[in-house]
Design a protein around this ligand. Sequence first.
Ligand code: ZN
Length: 184
Amino acid sequence: MNEELRIIVWPDPRLKKISEPVKEFTPALRELANRMLELMRQHKGVGLAAPQIGHNIRMFVMNHSGEPNDARVYVNPVLSDPDSDETGEEGCLSLPEINAQIVRHKTLRIQAQDLEGNPIDQTETGYIARIWQHEFDHLNGVLITDRMGLGDRFKNRKTLKELEEKYAAEHPETRSGKSKKKKV
Ligand code: ZN
């Protein structure tokens, strides 16, 4: 894999796609996960999903504490057994400078596979469960901009507009197509 991987930024349309399940647990998949962990560390993030580097596959990495031993990789995750809800602040490496209060389930179970295809079955409460939900959302094309309340949308409107303008300037071909694009 010699392509240069970098974190893509909203409103890149690849962030809105539904990602495909991983079927083969290859050395290339492990290499991609390692590169994602590196990028996450470089950008001081606590989680990174594959679509954020332009790979629309169902995998995310995370490290809630920053300690190397706490790095986790989840492939084909499924979330279940939600408990009560709580609100907390979230940011996103694909939405630089944006912060918003997001409601998430407090406790959650995750079933997934590791990089060898072995089953994972864990239950967590609080921050880790929140990261799971944020990263899982990425695999379904959902961002915190889709979940933030009106107050946060208003507070972040200038930054969002700037991100839109930056993207349009870097991708002039998307401009003319904008009006033709169907809303779904
Ligand atoms: Zn994110």
